[in-house]
Write a protein that binds this ligand. Structure first.
Ligand code: PRP
Length: 183
């Protein structure tokens, strides 16, 4: 099953097995919390696709899935907190139990905006599940109920996270060799 690690990867920080084990743990906690309810998973494109796919399959709780695409004004490497919707939800979420699924929380500005946006639509509840969080990079305090791993504030790729749209497909999270950015 396991595939070759691309030569551009300097180091694997979180292995495929560690990610899958963590998703199983998060799914168990979510199943307990939402017992007898239905969850509407809201994935934030594109980074969240891998977590969405694996989390949805690990949950026993019935789920439906929606996706949003947002774009943050500002530079490509840091978000400003001013967010534009590129793709909105296809359905209303009033009275639904919404669980926002993210790959990574960096400054927290995207999620902060997204949570306010979700709450304005009248859901029964809104919580967040994120595989990765960078506490040192936080500019706003966002309530995240389910966190996979707290990591250092450094650039990582894989499992949904990209560099110039590459490496999202890797089953692990790793660090790129510096020459990849230089090239
Ligand atoms: C990433 C990630 C979050 C956001 C977090 O998305 O998926 O949505 O950045 O950053 P913040 O906490 O500083 O706001 P990105 O804008 O890179 O888009 P992508 O998922 O399509 O790669």
């Amino acid at each position: 099953m396991s595939r070759a690690v691309p030569p551009e990867i300097a180091e694997i920080l979180i292995s495929e097995q560690e990610i899958q084990d963590k998703i199983a743990v998060m799914a168990k906690a979510i199943d307990e919390d939402y017992c007898g309810k239905e969850i509407l998973l809201v994935g934030v494109l594109k980074g969240a696709v891998m977590v969405m796919a694996d989390l949805a399959r690990a949950l026993e709780t019935p789920v439906s899935m929606e996706f949003m695409a947002v774009s943050s004004y500002g530079s490509s490497t840091s978000s400003s907190g001013v967010v534009r919707i590129l793709k909105d939800l296809d359905r209303e979420i009033s009275d639904r139990h919404v669980l926002v699924v993210e790959d990574v929380i960096d400054s927290g500005l995207t999620l902060n905006w997204l949570l306010r946006n979700m709450r304005s639509r009248g859901p029964a509840s809104v919580e967040v599940c994120a595989l990765l969080r960078k506490p040192e990079a936080a500019k706003v305090d966002v309530p995240v109920k389910y966190v996979g791993f707290d990591i250092a504030s450094e650039f990582v790729v894989g499992y949904g996270l990209d560099y110039a749209e590459r490496y999202r497909d890797l089953p692990f999270v790793g660090r790129l060799k510096p020459e990849v950015y230089a090239g």
